[in-house]
Design a protein around this ligand. Structure first.
Ligand code: NAD
Length: 439
């Protein structure tokens, strides 16, 4: 056991809340004070202004960020988010989670994240391209295949990743595919990257749920967020026989006690950009029996499994007591605050944490980086098989820690990741090593 605990940081709300998770894990493992001190602060935080010529001729300045939280285990790795709520606090928290996620999955990466504060729906495609290239112009000295590698996150996609890789290659005057992952296949992307986060979550869930004797056909599921991850995971669960009774996006949600036809809803969303409770035969869709619900209502539905797959801070001390689901799989990063965590634990809700459940994305990003650097490309089957192996192995290991120490899966995941991070940080030398020749 260690005497060291993290001092609460008052100045940064979200990051401070994220760090609280470490305090619990620290009760069970011994990590040097030096390592702990290093993990308290982001290594570097860059804030940039990005001037963009808009289609109407005006010049608009956007605020962007790139944070490298820790790179002891390898170059920084993390997505880029386009959202009106992006702030330095949010980006630092996301980079913190990436640090632990990469360590948990034993990937040779540190944690990083980036973002631009904007509503991407208000920009034309041309403006989005100029903004994305302008972001790379602003942060080019701060990133690189051996320094810090970008990827998609909320409201960014493979096209945007392609622009970013291209811009970095223009600046450095060499084709530099490995600086960005999640690219289009034709620009060095990996098979399976677009569905990796959802597929990884599905593999982790498939390793866990049999331990609770849940039968898919009798297990109800609600999914908040119907984007790159939520929609794909909802469909994987639907196809595995689970009863997905509710889904939602930023506009609101739908609920049907008998279960929703997820492939039809995805088809309709692709065509109309909105979520509707439909059943489609070929291209003909008809509305089925359902209730329109608000996003807050989806979270408190009486379902077996709740999957937050949108944004952080969705379950807080204000609504945690109303949660009726027995199992929560965090697909979004940070959807549950630390105070809500305690309420859920008291209620006996099993929470499976983000740094494990959504780690499939960074895992296949790692595979993409390896493929770019080796020049040898894998089939979808190879990617899926390697992803499954990693997700199942680390899920089982984390489960074993939680059983052995009688701690939550979140605490177990942080214990597992902290052990790896602590060892890496201590390998550079500790106080004991320099003063007493130990370690
Ligand atoms: P996305 O932009 O494709 O989708 C986000 C979805 O959330 C959209 O359907 C949007 O309408 C919905 N949404 C936004 N605000 C909402 C609200 N208040 N209530 C309900 N729905 C809302 O993003 P994504 O890539 O699917 O990411 C979703 C989450 O998963 C994020 O927390 C992200 O950090 C995390 N994540 C993504 C990846 C990845 O590979 N894309 C990897 C790891 C973690």
């Amino acid at each position: 056991m260690t005497a060291a605990t993290l001092a609460p940081e008052q100045s940064i709300a979200l990051l401070a809340d994220a760090r609280k998770r470490l305090d619990k894990a620290l009760q069970y493992i011994s990590i040097s004070d030096d390592a702990l001190r290093r993990l308290k602060y982001p290594k570097s935080s860059l804030s940039v202004s990005i001037p963009v010529r808009m289609d109407n001729g005006s010049l608009k300045i956007f605020q962007g960020y790139r944070v490298r939280y820790d790179d002891t285990r390898g170059p920084g790795k993390g997505g880029v988010r386009y959202h009106p709520n992006v702030s330095i606090d949010e980006v630092q928290s996301l980079a913190f989670w990436m640090t632990f996620k990469a360590a948990l999955l034993n990937l040779p990466f540190g944690g990083a994240k980036g973002g631009i504060t904007l509503n991407p729906k208000e920009l034309s495609r041309q403006e989005l391209e100029r903004l994305s290239r302008g972001y790379i112009d602003a942060i080019a000295d701060f990133i690189g295949p051996d320094v810090d590698i970008l990827a998609p996150d909320v409201y960014t996609n493979s096209t945007i990743m392609g622009w970013m890789m291209d811009q970095y290659s223009i600046i450095t005057r060499r084709v530099s595919q490995a600086v960005v992952t999640g690219k289009p296949l034709m620009l060095g992307g990996s098979q399976g990257r677009d569905t990796a986060t959802a597929t990884g979550a599905f593999f982790a869930m498939s390793a866990i749920l049999p331990k609770f004797n849940l039968v898919p056909a009798q297990t109800t599921v609600a999914v908040q967020g119907f984007g790159k991850v939520g929609a794909v995971l909802a469909e994987l669960l639907f196809k595995a026989g689970y009863k997905v009774v509710a889904v939602s996006d930023s506009q609101g949600g739908i609920y049907a006690e008998q279960g929703l036809d997820i492939p039809s809803i995805r088809y309709h969303k692709r065509e109309s950009r909105s979520i509707k409770a439909v059943y489609c035969e070929d291209t003909v869709c008809s509305i089925v029996d359902h209730q329109a619900i608000r996003n807050e209502e989806l979270l408190t539905l009486d379902v077996d499994i709740l999957i937050p797959a949108a944004l952080e801070n969705q379950i807080t001390a204000a609504n945690a007591a109303d949660i009726k689901a027995k199992y929560i799989f965090e697909v979004a990063n940070g959807p549950i605050t630390s105070s809500a965590d305690e309420i859920l634990e008291e209620q006996g809700v099993c929470v499976f944490p983000d740094i494990l459940i959504n780690a499939g994305g960074v895992t296949v990003s790692y595979f993409e980086w390896v493929q770019n650097r080796s020049g040898l490309y894998w089939t979808l089957e190879e990617v899926q098989q390697r992803l499954k192996q990693k997700m199942v192995e680390e899920t089982q290991y984390t489960w074993q820690i939680s059983q052995d120490l009688r701690v939550s899966m979140r605490t177990a995941a942080y214990i597992h990741a902290l052990n790896r991070l602590g060892e890496a940080l201590d390998a550079k030398g500790t106080r004991d090593y320099y003063l007493n020749g130990k370690g």
